[in-house]
Design a protein around this ligand. Structure first.
Ligand code: ADP
Length: 445
């Protein structure tokens, strides 16, 4: 399956991975904040207990004892990364003990606490006012809390990355499975549109939504095919039933022409013959299409033939009329391109494309036929081309667009049917300017 951002399956997979990523980041942030807060609350409780103990020491042994205790504690602690911090100042604000160099900017009268970012690890500290105007600040290092959070984040990272990768892999597998099945559905419609009347979706045994959809697609294509066949049968029957009487009528007109002595009568009879011949040629085209459609493949009449030779012979026939119409007709035919099929059918197909190019490209235009490996047949001109809005319908019966060249709108329908019988697609492309018709292997336009 191709990676297409517009594909809903790919979008769904990316969305679920994104949701998972956001969820993991959210959980990590919530866990970090909760643990951080809990650790701070615990440390503040330890600090409060320490302050209460030191206040007791002060009450019992006075300032000297308090100073001695603080000195004892700070001496035992690490000098570079202390786990506890102290600051004791007298009533003039002069430091008399402790390992904090300066009084932090916190309000001791209201026992305020704060985070202190000193030289070492960050500390959570609380200040309090003791008797005699002394200020005591007690703190605890947040290093172990930070280490815990770091460890937690590492664990979340190592769990999250494989989880996200696993989710992406699972999403890719699901996307590929469903994407492929959706592509199969789309391809069936495209093949049906290109004249493969029997294109249907192969059904698997699973009973999921896509199998149900595939079943619906198949039954609707059956129905469309039935309707198309019914519609064709009516026009084919009319063509079949009316062709012979019209040919008889033409024969009678020929006889009447032989008997006619009046110039006006002769002219009217000739016009009548032209009209009848136009209707007969319409019926012939319809019957040709019916014949081409009667069998969906070419097995019986199939033979290997030299497409290059066939195209070159045809080009010779068209060279004369190109000169008459002052068209710059050229060919680019790769030698020895062999294909299996019906040479007559392929001749009609190329002739129809050339007829159209000659008919619709104005005087002096360029028309080119290219035959290459594949097989690939291309007929292009630099005439008016076909408007975007009309391109979808030009291969259907009776569809004439733009300036009509007097045809019945059946030539391209026959082209598509003959191409489909050979397992080929007929595709219209913009030659900018002009029309380009490409007959090629499915999907290789
Ligand atoms: P028709 O018998 O009317 O030519 P076709 O089925 O051959 O019917 O073509 C269908 C319509 O496609 C035509 O009516 C014409 O408008 C358009 N068309 C076909 N070939 C060309 C072309 N080479 N350049 C411009 N328009 C084209």
């Amino acid at each position: 399956m191709k990676f297409r951002l517009a594909s809903i399956v790919i979008r769904q997979a990316l969305t679920s991975t994104l949701v998972m990523l956001v969820a993991i980041v959210g959980v990590a942030m919530a866990a970090t904040t909760t643990i951080e807060q809990q650790q701070r609350d615990d440390l503040l409780r330890t600090i409060d207990a320490d302050i209460a103990g030191l206040t007791d020491v002060m009450v019992q042994g006075g300032v000297a004892e308090l100073r001695r205790r603080i000195i004892d504690r700070t001496q035992l602690d690490s000098a570079t990364a202390p786990s506890a911090a102290y600051f004791l100042s007298d009533n003039t604000g002069r430091r008399i003990a402790g390992n904090i160099a300066r009084m932090p900017a916190i309000d001791a009268d209201h026992s305020q606490s704060s985070i202190l970012h000193a030289d070492g690890d960050p500390m959570i500290v609380r200040a309090t006012r003791l008797r005699g105007g002394l200020t005591l600040v007690v703190g605890r290092s947040l290093a172990s809390s930070a280490r815990l959070i770091e460890r937690l984040q590492t664990v979340i990272f190592f769990v999250a990355v494989p989880a996200i990768l696993a989710s992406m892999a699972a999403a890719a597998v699901v996307a590929a499975r469903f994407g492929d099945r959706i592509t199969v559905l789309n391809n069936v419609f495209t093949r049906f549109d290109h004249g493969e009347r029997l294109a249907r979706v192969g059904l698997n045994r699973s009973r999921d939504d896509l199998t149900a959809l595939a079943g619906n697609v198949n039954s609707h294509l059956d129905r469309i095919d039935e309707l198309l066949v019914a519609q064709r049968e009516i026009s084919d029957n009319i063509a079949h039933e009316l062709r012979t009487p019209l040919v008889h009528l033409d024969t009678r007109l020929i006889r009447a022409l032989e008997l006619s002595v009046d110039n006006r009568m002769t002219s009217e009879l000739e016009h009548a013959r032209q009209d009848i011949r136009s209707i007969v040629s319409l019926f012939d085209s319809l019957l040709d299409i019916a014949l081409a459609e009667a069998t969906s493949n070419i097995d019986e009449k199939a033979q290997f033939f030299d497409l290059s030779e066939l195209a070159a012979n045809l080009a010779e026939l068209y060279a004369a009329s190109a000169e008459e119409a002052s068209l710059d007709f050229s060919t680019r035919i790769a030698p020895g391109i062999m294909m299996r099929g019906e040479p007559m059918g392929i001749t009609r197909l190329i002739a129809n494309l050339l007829d159209n190019a000659f008919k619709y490209a104005p005087y002096g235009s360029r028309v080119r036929m290219t035959i290459s490996e594949g097989p690939r047949i291309m007929v292009e001109d630099n005439g008016p081309g076909i408007a975007k809005s009309d391109r979808d319908r030009i291969f259907s019966r009776f569809q004439r667009v733009g300036e009509s060249g007097g045809g019945h709108g059946l030539g391209l329908a026959l082209v598509r049917i003959i191409a489909a019988r050979h397992g080929l697609w007929s595709v219209y492309e913009d030659a900018e300017p002009g029309a380009r018709f490409v007959i090629c292997i499915a999907g290789e336009a």
